[in-house]
Design a protein around this ligand. Structure first.
Ligand code: VGL
Ligand code: ZN
Length: 216
């Protein structure tokens, strides 16, 4: 599935490039700041860009602090299945939830916030962790004729992974731009992500693969 050109049906989905996921943030992903300029350059080549923003209320179910005696990175049983617990992060209207100050994608057409339901986490930008509550992004993309999705951002092994899997299931062509992602890597989750994406036929590309492409 070679990409020969970016066009009107292509969309870059830049996932959760927020302060709390960058070094110094509450749920810092190692070397996350390195991808901000990479994503900026990549986004400049797309007419269509969607930004996603993790956007939790205080006391969110995914926060370890909401479960007495539990610590971050432990798992609890939520009503919809196992849920990893995180440090408090991306709390609505806090600096940690803001986009990285160097992120510059003024032409982004949509900022999609997720994780706002206090009782359901949302890794995927398509469906919440109950696997059935839609965010509306499928409808947005379909209505606008966007059929080929390029995913970049944070974290490779959570929000990017689950978004890619849901997008495939919805029938979109999906590519992960791996050098424009960074992972959290809990218990082999990055390796599991590569295996899962490989199994469902989602290519992991590098921005170098696009270097020589004409941009439509
Ligand atoms: C994410 C854990 C918790 C992500 C969001 O953006 O990958 N990971 N919330
Ligand atoms: Zn979150």
């Amino acid at each position: 599935m070679a990409v020969t050109k970016f066009g009107d049906n292509d969309v870059l989905i830049a996932v959760d490039l927020q302060n709390d996921f960058c070094p110094g943030g509450a749920l810092a992903v190692s070397r996350a700041n390195e991808i901000v300029p990479i994503v900026n350059r990549l986004a400049a080549r797309f007419r269509n860009v969607v930004l996603t923003q993790d956007w939790h209320p205080r006391g969110h179910l995914s926060f370890a602090s909401s479960h007495p005696g539990k610590r971050p990175f432990e798992t609890v049983a939520a009503s919809y299945g196992p849920q990893v617990l995180w440090p408090d992060h991306c709390v609505q209207e806090t600096p940690g939830a803001q986009f990285h100050r160097s992120l510059q994608i003024p032409h982004a057409g949509l900022v999609l916030r997720k994780g706002a339901d206090p009782a359901i986490d949302s890794y995927s930008t398509f469906y919440e962790n109950d696997r059935k509550t839609p965010t509306g992004l499928v409808g947005y993309l379909r209505e606008r004729g966007l059929t080929r999705l390029f995913l970049a951002g944070l974290a490779l092994d959570f929000c990017v992974r689950y978004s890619a899997e849901d997008a495939r299931r919805e029938g979109f062509a999906v590519f992960v731009v791996e050098d424009a992602c960074r992972g959290i890597d809990i218990d082999g989750s990055v390796a599991a992500t590569r295996a899962s994406l490989g199994a469902i036929g989602v290519p992991c590309l590098s921005t170098r693969d696009f270097a020589a492409l004409p941009t439509a």
